[in-house]
Ligand binder design. Structure first.
Ligand SMILES: [Ca+2]
Ligand SMILES: [Ca+2]
Ligand SMILES: [Ca+2]
Length: 372
């Protein structure tokens, strides 16, 4: 025992001599707080805010629907994003030039989980939500010239899209635009700030919270002004095949033509892949004609089957029937489409080869629910 105690004592001494630098890793607590930060009477004031079709430079003042507030439309094309401009009218009790920075913050719809295929359009990386309704991104705004600000808000929006803006209490078009009412844009006592925000073609449809807030030279933060922007549902898909060739088919034997998960840059024959290009989840439907394999009285001898993804079973369907396939494609998911045909009889009066048509349809499916 004595020997052991000595050993411990020696070890303690050794660590004292070597000091903290001998550690491989140490955690140190750091701390700071913002000088200013909390809202004060002299902080900037967000008078009104809105979203419109971008980019800012085109000063559109438009959105996708006449419904009150802002609605944005997705492209429905893979890789084609939507540029949305976020704007706010900002003033400050110390004068408009006391305003330092103004930001637009966009938050995902609360209830939506993105799935495993969602790619952030700015970073190019896969992105899942870490918490329900988390911030998508923040953009830093720049101010418009007084002339552009007045024309955009007091002419274009007031006249053509009157119900677009969200207002802070006690503000309206009269006390923003009319000289007789000391309008803040008419008298140039406020600025309009805007930024461009990229909505991916595959950002989920739904209600996004959008906040505009600012800071001043004393580092005081405004109260944010927020609304809900509705990214309207668009269901769309793309395929990388123009033909399905079943090849040589034996009577009564299923002939399968599996797809693949390799996207063909030029659409061709077989190797079928489908990709979700909308902002909803996607269910695929398929319908085929009888390829002319029938008797004169209309009796048909063809059956088909199809599946999306190798993880689901084939579903069979007859000619002329629209079959909705069970698998659902997540946002921007690409997957295979597998097809099969069974000809129970080749009528002797007919000669091949036989050709027909396949119609593919897409319909929206509800998003994954966020329950993190
Ligand atoms: Ca101020
Ligand atoms: Ca609208
Ligand atoms: Ca393919």
């Amino acid at each position: 025992m004595k020997t052991l105690k000595k050993f411990v004592a020696l070890m303690t001494l050794a660590s004292l001599v070597l000091g903290p630098a001998s550690a491989l890793a140490e955690t140190v607590i750091t701390k700071l707080e913002q000088d200013g930060g909390s809202t004060q009477d002299s902080a900037p004031v967000i008078i009104a805010k809105w979203e419109m079709d971008g980019p800012v430079a085109s000063l559109t003042g438009t959105d996708a629907a006449t419904t009150a507030g802002s609605q944005m439309a997705a492209s429905g094309q893979c890789g084609v994003h939507k540029t949305m401009s976020i704007c706010g009218i900002v003033t400050d009790p110390n004068g408009k030039d006391d305003i330092k920075n103004v930001y637009g913050d966009v938050y995902y719809p609360d209830a939506v989980r993105l799935g495993d295929s969602h790619v952030d359009p700015i970073t190019g990386n896969l992105r899942e939500v870490q918490e329900c309704g988390e911030m998508v991104r923040e953009c830093t705004m720049t101010k418009l010239t007084a002339a552009n600000a007045f024309d955009l808000f007091c002419n274009k929006i007031r006249t053509n899209n009157n119900n677009l803006p969200t207002w802070a209490a006690n503000y309206n078009y009269a006390n923003v635009c009319d000289t007789a009412n000391e309008g803040v844009l008419a008298k140039e006592t406020a600025y309009v700030y805007c930024c461009d925000f990229t909505l991916s073609y595959e950002d989920p449809n739904g209600l996004y919270t959008v906040k505009v807030w600012g800071t001043d030279t004393s580092d005081y933060n405004s109260v944010p002004l927020e609304n809900k922007m509705n990214y309207l549902a668009t269901t769309a898909f793309d395929i990388d095949f123009t033909n399905i060739d079943y090849g040589k088919v034996k009577t009564g034997v299923w002939q399968e033509v599996p797809g693949n998960t390799t996207w063909a840059t030029t659409a061709g024959v077989n190797g079928a892949s489908v990709k979700n290009c909308g902002n909803t989840r996607l269910q695929m439907g398929v319908q085929q004609n009888d390829m002319g394999i029938k008797d004169p009285d209309g009796t048909s001898y063809v059956q088909y089957k199809a599946a999306v993804s190798s993880a689901t079973n084939y579903q069979t369907y007859g000619p002329g029937v629209l079959k909705w396939l069970n698998a659902t494609l997540d946002l921007s998911e690409m997957n295979e489409m597998d097809f099969g045909v069974n000809v129970s009889k080749f009528p002797q009066q007919l000669q091949g080869p036989f050709t027909g048509t396949m119609e593919l349809s897409g319909k929206s499916s509800t998003h994954h629910v966020c329950q993190l």
